[in-house]
Design a protein around this ligand. Structure first.
Ligand SMILES: [Zn+2]
Length: 258
């Protein structure tokens, strides 16, 4: 299998039924999901993404805010592992702080427009670029940053936030429509939020939706086991048939495989 991993930054699971989200609901009907996935502490974007791509908690990778620095004890990341197995990987994103999620040399393609704060079009640029290009790659990371921006601008679960969830669901449809038959889709958020911020261990910040669909993935299935951000990379590794690095602490969500 090949894999597309879509991140909707700052998406709370309880927004799915309050916003208009036909795309996300179709993914749940066609695939497996949990609405009680867990972020990591601190529930901040770059620490979360380092945990997603290295399958270790912030206490291990050492990134505790949105400033990247080299790991004191480096952990082999998903992109380096994929590159070592001759996979062609691509990033499509709109928040430049994520540039260090992979080490130089491991990506075949990168599309970055620094537009996560442009709530009207920031995610459209990324979704359309991904839809155009993703068929060429074994793994694509598609990062949509505007829902988080709307949370910071208007407040989590406010009308402005929910309108942005609706808008991004429509952009997501462009990516889903472009998926070739041999590609699985994983989609989740990194953290939720409350008031106008996140980063705490409150359930509003920590609880995330986590979904997967594709050939060989159970349909309309609620995942029973606990799922955290650390489990994404091992699940991608199973789909791509990669050797899992020794340091990874998460586990593949095996029950989603039919
Ligand atoms: Zn975030």
């Amino acid at each position: 299998m090949r894999v597309v991993f879509v991140m909707i930054d700052g998406l709370r699971p309880d927004a799915l039924d309050l916003a208009d989200t036909p795309t996300l609901h179709a993914i749940m009907a066609r695939g497996s999901y949990t609405l009680t996935g867990q972020s990591v502490m601190p529930s901040i974007t770059l620490p979360c993404h380092m945990s997603i791509f290295h399958s270790v908690p912030p206490a291990r990778h050492g990134i505790t805010d949105n400033a990247w620095r080299p790991m004191a004890r480096p952990v082999t990341g998903l992109m380096e592992t994929a590159f070592d197995t001759d996979k062609r990987c691509a990033f499509f994103y709109n928040w430049e702080e994520l540039r260090d999620l992979s080490r130089p040399g491991s990506l075949a393609y990168s599309f970055m427009v620094n537009a996560a704060y442009q709530i009207e079009y920031g995610d459209r640029l990324v979704a359309e670029a991904a839809a155009r290009e993703l068929a060429d790659f074994d793994f694509s990371f598609v990062y949509l940053g505007t829902v988080d921006s709307a949370g910071h601008f208007f407040g989590w679960m406010s009308d402005g936030y929910l309108e942005q969830v609706t808008r991004v669901d429509a952009e997501l449809a462009k990516v889903v429509d472009a998926l070739p038959q041999d590609m699985a889709l994983i989609i989740h958020s990194d953290h939720g939020g409350h008031d106008r911020f996140h980063g705490t261990d409150l359930p509003e910040d920590m609880t995330i939706p986590w979904m997967i669909m594709g050939a060989g993935i159970r349909a309309d299935y609620t995942i029973q086991r606990p799922v955290t951000l650390l489990d994404t990379a091992p699940t991608v590794a199973r789909l791509l048939d990669l050797k899992v690095p020794r340091d990874w602490e998460g586990t593949s969500v095996d029950e989603v495989f039919a």
